[in-house]
Design a protein around this ligand. Sequence first.
Ligand SMILES: NC(=O)c1ccc[n+]([C@@H]2O[C@H](COP(=O)([O-])OP(=O)(O)OC[C@H]3O[C@@H](n4cnc5c(N)ncnc54)[C@H](O)[C@@H]3O)[C@@H](O)[C@H]2O)c1
Length: 403
Amino acid sequence: MTKQRLRFFEKASSQQHIPDDHKYLYKSPEPNHRLAIIGTGTIGQEHMYVCSLLGRGRVYGIYDQQLHSMDVAKQNFQSYSDQPLVLYSDIESLCNDVNVDAVMICTPNFTHFSILKQVMSSGKPIFIEKPMATNLENSATLVELASDYSSFVQIGLQYRYKAQYIEAFHELHSRQSIGDIKTISMSEYRPPFLDKVDQWNKFSEYSGGTLVEKCCHYFDLINLMANSLATRVYASGGQAVNFLDLKHQGRSANIDDHAFVIIDFANGVRANFTLNMFCHDFTEELVVTGERGRLTTKETFNFHQNKPSEATIGIEKGEWGASRESHVAYSQEIEQSGHHGATYYEHIAFMDQLDGIASDPATPLQGLWSIIVASAAQHSLQTGQVVDVRQFMVDNNLAHYLG
Ligand SMILES: NC(=O)c1ccc[n+]([C@@H]2O[C@H](COP(=O)([O-])OP(=O)(O)OC[C@H]3O[C@@H](n4cnc5c(N)ncnc54)[C@H](O)[C@@H]3O)[C@@H](O)[C@H]2O)c1
């Protein structure tokens, strides 16, 4: 059990007179684990900051194949940490450093497969960003490698730790507030994919396609909520607005910017997911309906108005019982540390795994199932046909995952 911390007072100017050896509530934990991060772009730097904010581990070293990313990451790191930072010249030396306890892989999607295999030669615990790979074949190989691995592999599907979904899982599964779940409806409306080093996320070949790259988060959430395996998937979508004129290194961007996906599950749950990426701000919604009521969540982030993100959860039960709606949020500093606080709680799960404490991080198998649904949806989108997941898996040599 981590002891309580009062970060607000820890940082308040009126409390700076408390000597270090008199501190209890204001004392940061001693970091127990030294992490090395490969890929110090947007999310790599978020992990560096969150690791420091949590304080149970420290970022010992970093490697990025682009020196500019490493320089910027180091500069930003020094703005909130006075710890030294090792800059590695390659992945091999990072893996071979006996001072490194665990490795986080935060490079673009198309590099995950080969880098994960390389890092596995170290035998160290590994965190790898979502999606675990850009295609089904590599994802399945990684699940097999991870199951034989001497340590653990955690996948970066951290939306499950957003405050509204932690509460939703509790209401749906523990309290069973709306009875048996029958339908799940999720949507994300957001601005286009952000700029990336080499614009890797504008090309399906490097990202795995929008439904794999972005929507694996939502398919993971829907799979967890349905608590069953997908049996049929149908999708419609395309590239309507974004990056129609973007050419990078002579190639035109080819990334979908909207989609509607329908998923049937083996236990009779029906789900749909809507994506729209030419919107002015971020809105994420969930509606789950059961035999005895409806659960809704909504998260908004309007950066044009410079407003912090806000999330709500509602339970409506009609004559079945009490209804309510409430705001749901984490402590502000945590909420603002990245992905509405989800990355912070993902780090707690990672640290718990390192400390041998039971936790609920995304597993390679869950990562694979998020990609199975995403790939089936992408296949449907290309062919215009409904995908029978059983046949799709047989065709992709994945029948042994059908159970
Ligand atoms: N979990 C989440 O919510 C979330 C959010 C954003 C990104 N991501 C994932 O994180 C990964 C990185 O995304 P990003 O937004 O930080 O991209 P980015 O382009 O901002 O950063 C990627 C960094 O990796 C470096 N890099 C590329 N190839 C490399 C290699 N072979 N070895 C070492 N470094 C290399 C690049 O130079 C760059 O600095 C992607 O897989 C993405 O899907 C996850």
